[in-house]
Design a protein around this ligand. Structure first.
Ligand code: SF4
Length: 49
């Protein structure tokens, strides 16, 4: 998988700002129409705690 920089340090897949998951799924964050990055969210996220 391509290198993915991610700054979500609370995710179990995050290691030194790089995603270590085999793959990820990104969806809209709940809005009807996605218009910018703030409207997207990684649904593969799992809390490290
Ligand atoms: S699974 Fe998503 S939130 Fe977690 S490190 Fe990878 S890209 Fe970031």
């Amino acid at each position: 998988m391509a290198s993915i920089v991610c700054l979500v340090e609370e995710c179990v897949y995050n290691h030194r700002s790089e995603c270590q998951a085999d793959n990820i799924e990104v969806r809209s964050s709940g809005c009807r129409r996605v218009e910018d990055a703030d409207h997207t969210a990684c649904s593969t996220f799992e809390s490290a705690k």
